[in-house]
Ligand binder design. Structure first.
Ligand SMILES: Cc1ncc(COP(=O)(O)OP(=O)(O)O)c(N)n1
Ligand SMILES: Cc1nc(C(=O)O)sc1CCOP(=O)(O)O
Ligand SMILES: [Mg+2]
Length: 213
């Protein structure tokens, strides 16, 4: 049976934002601040270079018990022996991805609106990334933002754990987790922060606040 990661706070990497310290060092600082799962996301690197980075990242995260999820690229996830794969609605069928990664890897699927909910089969998919909650400059081709009410309404229909994503920062994290998300997935709030560890810790505190409110 697959072990679902602790979805409380997912860092989604961005090489350009993380260039000062590098993806591995920035990810480790974020984990020290409270990130519970790391998703390696790179739209331009070659499969070969991304596999090398994924292997290095996984070797650093494994001793800390933090799973690595690879975005988009099934071959990289498999070659790097990542704990999981995340795919979107345009990245092929979840059933085909599951057939390729096997039954042990974690599979995440993006949902951008009500029309996508029918693609979520809990027998195939382990978690959902639901968004964008708020408009985000980080993903140029993102769908229109759902807002808090839209996120809450769609999240309630998913029937499996889901993380909210898109435009999340310490100022809105509590309100977004209060929509019913299992956790939050963020890029710039941590990846672009001067102090990724402190940024992660502030987001974790905001998540805790939103959960008890
Ligand atoms: C947790 C999480 N949710 C959504 C996404 C977006 O995935 P996708 O729609 O495939 O878009 P790209 O990230 O590939 O541009 C995600 N990566 N993670
Ligand atoms: C990778 C990604 N996926 C999204 C979706 O809506 O599916 S929004 C997004 C970018 C999120 O970046 P930031 O935290 O900097 O807003
Ligand atoms: Mg994708």
């Amino acid at each position: 049976m697959r072990r679902l990661p602790d979805l409380t706070l997912m860092l989604v990497t961005d090489a350009a934002m993380m260039a000062r310290r590098g993806v591995v060092e920035t990810s480790l600082a974020a984990v020290a601040g409270g990130v519970t799962v790391v998703q390696l996301r790179d739209k331009t690197a070659s499969d070969e270079s991304l596999t090398a980075l994924a292997r290095a990242l996984r070797e650093s995260l494994a001793p800390l018990g933090v799973p690595l999820i690879v975005n988009d690229r099934v071959n990289v996830a498999i070659a790097a022996e990542a704990e999981g794969l995340h795919i979107g609605q345009e990245d092929g069928s979840p059933a085909e991805a599951r057939a390729r990664i096997g039954t042990e890897m974690i599979l995440g699927l993006s949902v951008t609106g009500p029309a996508d909910v029918a693609t979520v089969d809990p027998a195939v998919v382990d978690y959902v990334g639901l968004g964008p909650v708020i408009a985000s400059a980080t993903k140029a081709d993102a769908a229109p933002p759902l807002g808090l009410d839209g996120t809450r309404a769609i999240g309630a229909t998913l029937g499996l754990p889901w993380v909210a994503i898109g435009g999340i920062d310490v100022g809105n994290a509590a309100a977004i987790i209060a929509t019913g998300a299992s956790g939050l997935a963020v890029v710039s709030a941590i990846a672009a922060a001067d102090d990724p560890r402190a940024a992660a810790a502030e987001l974790r505190a905001a998540i805790q606040e939103g959960r008890v409110a």
